[in-house]
Ligand binder design. Structure first.
Ligand SMILES: [Cu+2]
Length: 251
């Protein structure tokens, strides 16, 4: 009547059978995780020569903006290091597929200044523009002179969520029609292997498989620079890079 012993045997067999395929799958996953690209390039963007002056901005047209003393952001050099340079992988064996991030990139309008001024975007990724100011802005985006959007932003308005519809290689110019000194740049890639330099001029790109790469640096007023690098295996997967702009090359 009682058939539990054979059932127990069946259960044990079933568990063993599952383990028989689960173990290789688990090992495979471990191997795959181990094989994830770990190459890294850490670098610095240098400005050689005397940095250009940063004149004080005249912002008296808007009393709110005039409260904050601001200077030209065209070229910001701190102890020989250049800010606002987007450095990206231009060519190289990046893994595919490369889906665009679900979270949007964000630019804030704060003290009548776009923060950050240069931002990287993945094709298909949305861009959020916030107004943290107690004044009115008008967010005007163009791609190669073609209108992408034109949106007012009043104080305390909810964030604008914009879908630029941009492609890799595009640069979205973001300007404010009310405050002519406001200008931001969203630079578009089809991958996430990019970074923007802060005041220390440094950048870091991670997750690079071994291989030959071309890095490209882009600055809104100083233009592009390229550098070939080689990512090796193991300890040779961590490389350093140095890109430079020179005062005497400025137009
Ligand atoms: Cu504005």
């Amino acid at each position: 009547m009682c058939d539990s012993p054979p059932d127990m045997v069946s259960v044990v067999h079933a568990v063993l059978a599952r383990l028989a395929w689960a173990l290789p799958v688990a090992l495979g996953l471990l191997t795959a995780a181990h094989a994830d690209p770990t190459g890294t390039v850490k670098g610095t963007v240098i400005f050689e020569g005397e940095p250009p002056d940063r004149p004080r901005l005249h912002r008296e047209t808007d009393p709110y903006c005039a409260r904050f003393d601001k200077f030209s952001e065209d070229v910001i050099v701190t102890r020989g290091k250049l800010k606002d340079v987007l450095v990206r992988v231009k060519n190289g064996p990046l893994p595919a597929p490369r889906p665009s991030p679900a979270l949007p990139a964000m630019i804030d309008q704060k003290e009548c200044t776009y923060t950050p001024r240069v931002i990287g975007l993945v094709a298909g990724q949305k861009l959020v523009v916030r107004n943290s100011d107690g004044t009115f802005h008008n967010v005007h985006g163009t791609i190669a002179g073609k209108l992408a959007w034109n949106k007012p932003a009043s104080p305390k308005d909810p964030d604008l969520t914009l879908d630029p519809g941009a492609r890799a290689g595009d640069v979205i110019d973001v300007v404010c029609d009310i405050h002519p000194w406001m200008h931001a740049y969203a630079v578009v890639q089809d991958h996430t292997a990019f970074a923007v330099t802060g005041e220390d001029g440094t950048f870091e790109l991670t997750g690079l498989p071994p291989g030959s790469y071309t890095l490209e640096a882009w600055h809104p007023t100083l233009g592009t620079r390229s550098l070939a690098i080689q990512i090796g295996k193991g300890a040779k997967g961590s490389v350093t890079a140095r890109l430079s702009y020179r005062r005497d090359e400025m137009k």
